[in-house]
Design a protein. Structure first.
Length: 375
């Protein structure tokens, strides 16, 4: 059996594909697995590092805001719309996969369209509560549509009924234990806040968190771990100093550029303040965490807002849009959640109620059923 994955552009599209590919290999080691992605995307590095064959094509997305730079980008994208179709056709004929599975990103479009036209079995997995344009179009032609969140179904007109599988979650998150993680971090019974805004960092979020730290540092009643991202680490400690928060004098507050032990920090936390990327939200639910979500406004079709509202509507999260971000309101919300054990428990329970812990197995079963239907 040969399964070809098509997807990329962001970790949110690449990591789910790698997780499923790894799971398939663990269940059926004889399966041949290949990836098609953007030759200039991060998948060109991550996929070979994970030990899978990678084939690159050139593809780009269309920009919706019209300005001189974006007009040039759209001309480039229009040209590659035709070349990527030809490249996809050539690779599909050469690789002869049994199944092609897309996990999102611009590259999914031409590859899955060609595969469906060639009669190859096809499937897509949508990570977000609000599907992207690529998923909306492909859902009408692929054999199986898998959703992370049931809320996404109402935006689609699929050829076949959708299947809710959840998002693949890393084993270290699934295995994480709160008490063990808190011991490893040397925490006592005080509540812990975890906050982060992505690998590059989010200026408004960092500034808001600085105000939050200024509010709680004197009492030392909370532990607080925060990741600034690449563009925050240089200036945020200075901003905190201006606000009277001297990090070396406040060992309960930790400010770092990246989080390399997310399984430990997230499982130890009582409240998480973060963006609303699909995989992050799946991990929050798997660990049953209460959260304050600040969706990124800089993503396609504002999909993080829809992700966040899927949790908020269940009572698992509070949501603040970045344009409405207000430190006083965030501080008030933190206080209400952490000072009321009943509120916190309700949010944790609502969060865990949306968790799908066997997503890899569900996706694997869909692909196996698709493979069996060929024979």
């Amino acid at each position: 059996m040969h399964i070809l994955f098509a997807g990329g552009g962001t970790g949110g599209h690449i990591n789910p594909a790698l997780a499923v590919a790894g799971y398939i290999k663990s269940r059926r080691p004889d399966t041949k697995i290949s990836f098609i992605g953007n030759s200039s995307g991060m998948e060109a590095k991550l996929v070979p590092e994970a030990g899978f064959d990678f084939y690159g094509i050139k593809v780009a997305g269309f920009q919706r805001k019209i300005n001189f730079t974006n007009i040039k980008r759209n001309i480039y994208a229009f040209y590659h719309m035709f070349t990527s179709s030809a490249e996809s056709s050539r690779l599909l004929k050469e690789l002869k996969p049994d199944i092609v599975m897309g996990t999102g990103g611009y590259v999914s479009g031409p590859v899955l369209r060609k595969a469906a036209k060639m009669g190859i079995r096809t499937a897509i997995q949508e990570q977000n509560a609000f599907p992207g344009v690529t998923t909306k179009v492909l859902s009408q032609m692929v054999d199986r549509v898998m959703l992370a969140m049931p809320e996404a179904e109402k935006y689609l007109k699929p050829k076949n009924p959708v299947i809710v599988t959840g998002n693949p979650i890393r084993d270290e998150i699934l295995m994480a234990d709160k008490a063990k993680s808190r011991r490893a971090l040397g925490l006592d019974e005080r509540p812990m806040i975890l906050s982060f805004g992505g690998s590059l960092g989010a200026k408004r979020l960092n500034e808001t968190i600085a105000d939050v730290m200024q509010w709680h540092y004197k009492d030392a009643k909370y532990y607080h771990f925060h990741a600034t991202g690449k563009f925050g680490i240089e200036w945020m400690p200075g901003l905190l100093e201006q606000k009277g928060v001297i990090l070396k004098d406040n060992p309960q507050i930790h400010v770092q550029e990246y989080i390399n032990n997310m399984d430990v920090l997230m499982s130890a936390a009582d409240l998480v303040i973060c963006r609303a990327g699909a995989i992050t939200l799946s991990e929050l639910q798997a660990l049953g965490k209460a959260s304050i979500l600040i969706p990124s406004p800089n993503v396609a079709e504002n999909h993080q807002y829809h992700n966040a509202m899927a949790l908020a509507n269940r009572g698992a999260a509070a949501v603040f849009e970045e344009k409405d971000l207000n430190s006083a309101a965030i501080i008030e919300k933190i206080s209400k959640i952490l000072n009321n054990k009943e509120t916190l428990k309700k949010m944790e329970k609502a969060s865990f109620s949306g968790a799908i812990l066997d997503s890899n197995e569900k996706i694997y079963n869909v692909l196996m059923e698709l493979y069996r239907s060929m024979h």
